[in-house]
Design a protein around this ligand. Structure first.
Ligand code: SAM
Length: 202
């Protein structure tokens, strides 16, 4: 079976990227722009794709590192950041090997729009280790993940698995159903997304 790496390379090569261009979640906007927003610091966008969340964070004063293992996505991300006139450190690396790639530590905010939910069980285990290692004490992890749908597409993840995998290093602060975007395409309309905010324990 093709590795996830090859699958994403093929998707980007074919231009089959139905996740691209979705609006930023209201939960993330609340963390970044809300009345009780986090003070801007250093942020990590994992599986950053073509960089929309990274650019959004940079536009709000965050120092952002965007990580993805698909070179074509990163090329587009760099071009979009240039066009938006913001600086983002886009790095070609695997989220399951962040420390090996020299990324971190000390991130105050980690954003994952649709990366974790597509991973295998063993990669999820490495992901939790790596994300935990690069997070500052008290850091927030914001994640949007599809619930399992049993259909073609990402495997998805239940809230119970997130709680089990991230405890005790992280505690779950909130879990919210994401609204279906009004312009959902045939691919994205099949899935129910949920967003999670977790906090790294001191
Ligand atoms: C569903 S796309 C979402 C992209 C972007 N976050 C967005 O919301 O538009 C998932 C992204 O994660 C990347 N990805 C998946 N597994 C990864 C891994 N282990 N390491 C680095 N990037 C990964 C893929 O290349 C792809 O760009």
């Amino acid at each position: 079976m093709a590795s996830r790496h090859m699958v994403f390379r093929a998707f980007y090569a074919l231009g089959f990227t139905p996740w691209d261009g979705h609006p930023q979640s209201a939960t993330l906007r609340e963390l970044v722009e809300g009345n009780h927003r986090l003070p801007p610091g250093s942020a990590l966008d994992v599986g950053c794709g073509t960089g929309d969340a990274s650019i959004y964070l940079a536009q709000h004063g965050w120092q952002v590192t965007g990580v993805d293992f698909t070179p074509k996505a990163l090329r587009k991300a760099r071009a979009k950041a240039r066009a938006a006139q913001v600086t983002v450190n886009f790095v070609d690396a695997d989220v399951t090997h962040l420390s090996q790639a020299g990324i971190g530590p000390g991130f105050q905010l980690i954003v994952d729009n649709g990366c974790f939910h597509g991973m295998s069980g063993s990669d999820r285990e490495l992901y939790v280790q790596e994300i935990t290692a690069v997070a500052a004490s008290g850091a927030r992890l914001f994640m949007v993940a599809f619930r399992p749908s049993g259909r073609f597409g990402p495997a998805g993840v239940e809230q119970s698995e997130i709680e089990r995998r991230f405890t005790p290093a992280w505690s779950l602060l909130s879990a919210t159903d994401e609204p279906r975007p009004p312009d959902a395409n045939r691919f994205s309309a099949r899935f129910r997304a949920r967003s999670y905010v977790l906090q790294r324990q001191a």
